[in-house]
Design a binder for this molecule. Structure first.
Ligand code: AMP
Length: 409
């Protein structure tokens, strides 16, 4: 019956070779964020459904049709997390983190779930790195966050990066704009898609994300929030841009950038790469000043971003496969106990070492040494004498078995 089952649609296995590439992204992010004072948090993979309805928003695509929601055996509705911010804000409130020095800077890494049509770069289980700074409305934080994501993506070697930046204003200043936009959409009702028309009242800004030609043409002429900012919103945004300019971060102002979640206020941003196809977004985020209070917590303005690991991997140039171990020990049958003893000794000395575990011939073992990418092979002969072979030059020299660790250190 082998081979009967497949990973569910829109999911994938991370095989060892890919796993090493992903680990490099993890290490780069962990290092970069730690240097900026972010600490790692882990929240559950599922939360109460209501948390996402309240935060992401009932009228968003995510909540309307993309969540994996089910009842547990106790009749509670739970949802596999579609994004990270809601859970982190829930944790901030639940653990009284507003009593800590503000802002609380957190980062996370893990799987997220959205019921979307799978395609290149779009999965039903995908992975994100996420950074959040909760508890300040300073424009310094918006800038810090954009700079961090820019540094991360560039540091990994991604090319063709484009950064779109906008401001959505505060909920108050947006209320008047929403009415203006609704009136505009109603006036153009015959030209917009049914999906957008249905949500004129619930979520008019979503019209900016529509894919169809006709709606896009209407939206090209639509009023933009970025032209309707209050004086305070505008000066906040000008400060953010000033910090980015001084940091040498290039961006495009794009008043059509709305992001698909309800909680954003003021600064929003999105990084794309032209090395990706239709799913060009590498990561994005923005400020969400009202969310923590909305979830029953204190007033705690915040800003955060999430970047997609699979998108980053797609945009990265192919890397050579890294060696599995640096030393391989080849030995005939009668010397295998000494081969294992040497492997153990080398490992304890901090050297990656492996030996044949499949009764291969010596020739087969040399092939295996190549396969695992070993830089050096220790060849043990039947009489217990040994040689060190440099795998790239092919040079060999005799060595005493009990001095190998010393020689290689
Ligand atoms: P969002 O919060 O929706 O902007 O998601 C943040 C990032 O996660 C995106 O920029 C993508 O890189 C990644 N992402 C979102 N949805 C998916 C998905 N279904 N499959 C793979 N990556 C995704």
């Amino acid at each position: 019956m082998a081979g009967q089952y497949q990973a569910p649609r829109g999911t994938f296995d991370v095989l060892p070779e890919e796993s090493a590439r992903r680990a490099r992204i993890y290490v780069a992010a962990a290092d970069l964020l730690a240097r900026a004072g972010y600490e790692r948090i882990e929240t559950p993979v599922f939360e109460d459904t209501e948390l996402f309805e309240r935060s992401v928003g009932e009228s968003t695509d995510i909540v309307r049709k993309e969540m994996f929601t089910f009842e547990d055996h106790g009749g509670r509705s739970i949802t596999l997390r579609p994004e990270a911010t809601a859970g982190i804000c829930r944790a901030y409130v639940e653990h009284g983190m507003h009593k800590l020095a503000q802002p609380v800077k957190l980062w996370a890494w893990g799987p997220f779930f959205r019921y979307e049509a799978p395609q290149a770069g779009r999965f039903r289980q995908f992975h994100q790195i996420d950074a959040e700074a909760v508890g300040t409305d300073s424009p310094l934080v918006d800038a810090e966050q954009v700079i961090l994501l820019d540094d991360l993506l560039r540091g990994l070697g991604i090319e063709g990066i484009r950064l779109r930046l906008s401001s959505l204003g505060t909920a108050d200043s947006r209320a008047a704009y929403r009415e203006e936009l609704k009136a505009y959409l109603r006036a153009n009702e015959s030209e917009i898609s049914g999906d957008v028309r249905e949500r004129i009242d619930a979520n008019p800004m979503r019209a900016f994300d529509a894919d169809d030609e006709s709606t896009r043409a209407v939206m090209a002429e639509a009023p933009r929030m970025i032209d309707r900012l209050s004086d305070e919103d505008a000066s906040h945004f000008a400060e953010v841009r000033g910090h980015l300019d001084r940091a040498g971060v290039e961006y495009e102002l794009d008043g059509t950038l709305v992001r698909g979640l309800d909680y954003y206020t003021r600064t929003v941003f999105e990084f794309e790469s032209d090395r990706l196809g239709a799913q060009a977004a590498l990561g994005g985020g923005g400020r969400y000043d009202g969310l923590v209070a909305e979830l029953g917590g204190p007033e705690a303005p915040a800003c955060g971003w999430a970047a997609g690991i699979e998108r980053i991997l797609l945009a990265l140039p192919d890397a050579e496969r890294e060696p599995v171990v640096s030393v391989f020990i080849a030995a005939p049958d009668e010397q295998r106990d000494r081969a294992l003893a040497l492997a153990v000794e080398l490992r304890r000395a901090g050297i990656g070492a492996d030996l044949d575990l499949a009764t291969r011939s010596i020739k087969g073992q040399m092939k295996q040494a190549d396969r695992v990418g070993a830089a050096t092979t220790v060849i043990v002969d039947a009489d217990g004498s040994a040689r060190l072979r440099d795998m790239s030059s092919g040079e060999q020299r005799p060595v005493e078995l009990d001095r190998v660790a010393e020689e290689l250190a």
